[in-house]
Ligand binder design. Structure first.
Ligand code: 26W
Length: 817
């Protein structure tokens, strides 16, 4: 049993130790921040002990391990999660209470580690939790951004961004490892020297170097013997000062390398689903990949010396989308140039170790870097890309499509045109031994629409691994009341094997269990209502339906479809205040990429309409709209337990998977959604009578687009739709200032409504009608809510990891004997 045995007394002693010595004699008993830090440090001591034991065990077992390369990790807060995973939450709660504090309060102190944008970054965090819980040897590699995802606030209903200051009070969960620092090269040019044997050797002469210093964050498994590492690289200058310039009194110039090096890990690019295309982003990608590969090879050399066959036996490297693609080319460069390995042998090694996950079909999110930028920053790597491309086109492509110039052009790693671009996704597919999508429908579309020719070339290579979420953070830690009820009715540890929740199916119709289950939902709604009032000043009733849409703001996620339906409900209530409907609270949480104009207009419109609706006495409080600022992991943990309805309304074919849909359903929310991403698999698990599906399917969307979509058709044929769209031109929500909200109307009509909002509106509205009726049948709703929780077993990220292990990584657990 890997749960940590520690008494309350021992914990109290350790916390006091840090209060007195590490934090230097904290006398002010009310200093919550200090008690949070002291408690975190005391727990981290236990964690580091387990980490050292894990390292020794994995080293001696020569355990094959996976290295997860991701530019993003959306970790959230660590204290509560680590306490639950170590199994010492209760002991810590008692110890902290003895010291005059509430543990739940202290857990609120730490800043979120918001080193990611959205789904991709959070998935990485859930996967690290599952890898450690299942005792697999794994290292997460990323960047130690000084500033994570921006802090969002609203000024006059508009989003305002401020830098994220997560490191302001330091992070008790990280250890700096200057001894493992790496130095990487950048810029410069390549010299070609003819060797004695007539072969030409490429020698890269870089112009500058940058040092990467790693910060290690322990990843604690749940009730397991394993603590793995998340290693995040910080950029620093190789030379503290350029003394020559310094002695010439040119101080600023003396510091330039320093400033440049530090900028590499200064800030996370807040773009989600839109590629940045900036030189610094390119350098961020190379910086962390180059440091990570040096670290991986050094670790291998330490345990097995330089034996490359052993290297492929012990090493798997997963690319989290195309952002770390350059790692492939960097490993080729190291093998060719630093180990003088032959091309074919080097290529074989790369194909064996790399695998790639695609997380999006959106064309604007598929990364392409200009040949010019490659030439400037990584000239040697460009040569290697050309060689990989040549071999690929002349061998595989020419074999299958002999002399087919068009096909060569379509599949080439290089996109020809006035600005030649390197297609990073093509480079991944050609190099990796496995490529996966993140939900069944998505992986099918990756095969059929994104990479059909690659699928034809390598039918075995493209596969699927449906996403998952960790039930430790997303149920056990964030919904303790429901967890206790589950502990009472489910005999095995459901947090370890979520399929055990299926034992609840038999209870779904029992009035007693229904009552207990819905009483907890209501208590969570009361808590959430307090949070909403505290954050927005809006008072909402826990008797209303809490209808939640929480995710990044993006047109394909269609927050503006939800918005139009709210306008429809409002107009119906203004027409007939006695309209029979269950009172409803629409809860939004969403950040828009700073440069994404229409996304920001949608936020503005929702806030403006919310102001009007929430203060309109005529509708007797039947409708409330709240947009919670600064949506992030720790806020999601508060919203999700109190949700009744989960909005998953993306245009079919656009949301690769979604993971918020899984979190909300697991906590007893009923989904209203399209047949998109993992919604389809959720519907399969819960049964079509326990979910509200609407809208055009993927095939229907394709057909509509193929025959030409005219949004005006719906505007002209649906009177209610016309009325609410025209409402946006008026000054009803912006007194004296008409047309303030017209950007949305414009995008949906003249803008061509690319995400078929108008085409799905009526079906969506009808689904909400059906939902309203269902909610008013309390036992039917309770049954639906219970079955959603009971049937989420498949969406445990442990199951996803097992799929990766069986199909892609081929690891063996390295548990305690
Ligand atoms: C280059 C800028 C950029 C940054 C991030 C482009 C694309 C991304 C990510 C791929 C966006 C993302 O987070 N995708 C989401 O990944 C989740 C995890 O697999 C899925 O559940 C979501 O459906 C998908 O939108």
């Amino acid at each position: 049993m890997a749960l940590t045995k520690i008494t309350k007394a021992e914990l109290t002693k350790r916390i006091k130790h840090h209060l007195n010595f590490t934090l230097d004699d904290v006398t002010d008993n009310q200093n919550k921040e200090a008690y949070w830090k002291a408690t975190s440090l005391a727990i981290n001591d236990i964690v580091v002990e387990k980490l050292q034991a894990t390292k020794a065990r994995q080293q001696s077992a020569n355990a094959r391990s996976v290295n997860y390369l991701s530019l993003e990790y959306l970790m959230g807060r660590m204290l509560s999660n680590n306490l639950h995973n170590l199994g010492v939450y209760e002991a810590a709660e008692a110890a902290v209470r003895d010291l005059g504090h509430e543990l739940s309060d202290l857990c609120e102190q730490g800043a979120d580690l918001a080193l990611g944008n959205g789904g991709l970054g959070r998935l990485a965090a859930c996967f690290l939790d599952s890898l450690a819980t299942l005792d697999y040897a794994a290292t997460g590699y990323g960047i130690h951004y000084q500033h994570g995802l921006f802090k969002q606030s609203f000024k006059d209903c508009r989003q305002v961004e401020e830098p994220d200051m997560w490191r302001e009070f330091g992070n008790p969960w990280e250890v700096c490892r200057p001894d493992a620092a790496q130095t990487i090269a950048l810029y410069g040019h390549v010299k070609h020297e003819t060797q004695a044997d007539g072969t030409v050797k490429s020698i890269w002469e870089p112009k500058t170097h940058c040092k990467g210093v790693p910060w290690d964050i322990p990843i604690v498994g749940y009730n397991s013997a394993t603590v793995n590492v998340l290693r995040l690289w910080e950029g620093t200058a190789t030379e503290a000062f350029d003394w020559d310039h310094f002695s010439d009194g040119n101080y600023i110039h003396a510091l330039k390398d320093n400033v440049r090096a530090e900028t590499v890990s200064k800030v996370l690019y807040p773009k989600d689903e839109h590629e940045a295309g900036k030189e610094l982003r390119f350098i961020q990608q190379y910086f962390f990949c180059a440091c990570s590969l040096k670290d991986i090879i050094a670790r291998h050399e330490r345990s097995q010396g330089i034996d490359w066959s052993a290297f492929t036996d012990s090493t798997a490297i997963q690319l989290n989308d195309t952002h770390p693609t350059i790692a492939i080319v960097e490993l080729m460069r190291i093998l060719l140039d630093e180990y003088d390995m032959a091309w074919d042998e080097s290529w074989a090694i790369c194909q064996k170790v790399f695998s790639y996950t695609n997380h999006t079909l959106l064309p604007e999110a598929l990364e392409k870097w200009s040949v010019r930028l490659f030439e400037k920053v990584l000239p040697r790597h460009l040569e290697i890309v050309y060689r990989i491309n040549e071999d690929f086109l002349n061998n595989e492509v020419n074999e299958k499509w002999p002399h087919d110039f068009q096909m060569r052009r379509k599949l080439s790693l290089i996109e020809e045109g006035h600005e030649r671009m390197v297609r990073m996704a093509h480079l991944c597919v050609v190099s990796a031994h496995k490529v996966n999508g993140v939900a069944e429908i998505h992986s099918k579309l990756v095969k059929q629409d994104l990479f059909p020719e690659f699928d034809a070339l390598w039918p075995e290579k493209l596969t699927n691994v449906t996403n998952g979420i960790t039930p430790r953070r997303w149920l056990k830690a964030c919904n303790p009341k429901l967890s206790k009820l589950l502990d009472k009715h489910v005999n095995e540890d459901w947090a370890k094997d979520l399929n055990n929740l299926s034992q609840l199916v038999a209870l779904a119709d029992t009035p007693k269990f229904q009552k207990e289950f819905m009483a907890i939902k209501r208590e969570n709604k009361v808590e959430l209502a307090k949070e909403i009032e505290q954050l927005t000043g809006v008072v909402v009733s826990p008797d209303a339906i809490f209808d939640v849409q929480i995710k990044r703001l993006h047109e394909y996620k269609r927050q503006h479809l939800n918005f139009l339906h709210i306008l429809a409900l409002y107009s119906r209530l203004l027409e007939n205040p006695n309209l029979v409907m269950q009172p409803r609270v629409f809860i939004f949480g969403a950040k828009a990429a700073p440069g994404y104009h229409l996304a920001k207009e949608i936020i503005f419109a929702i806030n403006k309409v919310a102001e009007k609706i929430n203060s309109d006495q005529r509708i007797q409080g039947k409708l409330k709209v709240v947009f919670l600022p600064n949506y992030r992991i720790s806020l999601a943990e508060k919203i999700i337990p109190g949700a009744d309805v989960s909005e998953q309304i993306s245009t079919a074919g656009k949301e690769a998977s979604g993971t918020g849909n899984m979190k909300l359903a697991l906590n007893g929310a009923v989904t209203i959604g399209t047949l998109d991403g993992a919604n389809i698999e959720i519907a399969e698990e819960v049964g079509n009578e326990n979910i509200f599906i609407f809208g055009n399917t993927v095939e229907e969307v394709k057909a509509i687009k193929a025959q030409g979509y005219n949004p005006y058709h719906f505007y002209e044929t649906n009177a209610e739709l016309k009325k609410i769209l025209d409402w946006l031109d008026s000054d009803f929500f912006t007194p004296g200032q008409p047309y303030q909200l017209s950007a949305i109307k414009h995008s949906l009509l003249d803008g061509g409504d690319p995400y078929l909002v108008l085409a799905d509106f009526q079906s969506y509205s009808d689904a909400h009608q059906a939902l309203d009726i269902a909610y008013r049948d309390q036992s039917r709703w309770a049954r639906m809510a219970i079955l959603n929780t009971a049937c989420m077993g498949k969406f445990n990220s442990d199951r996803s990891i097992q799929d990766y292990v069986e199909n892609i990584w081929h690891l063996a657990p390295c548990a305690e004997k």
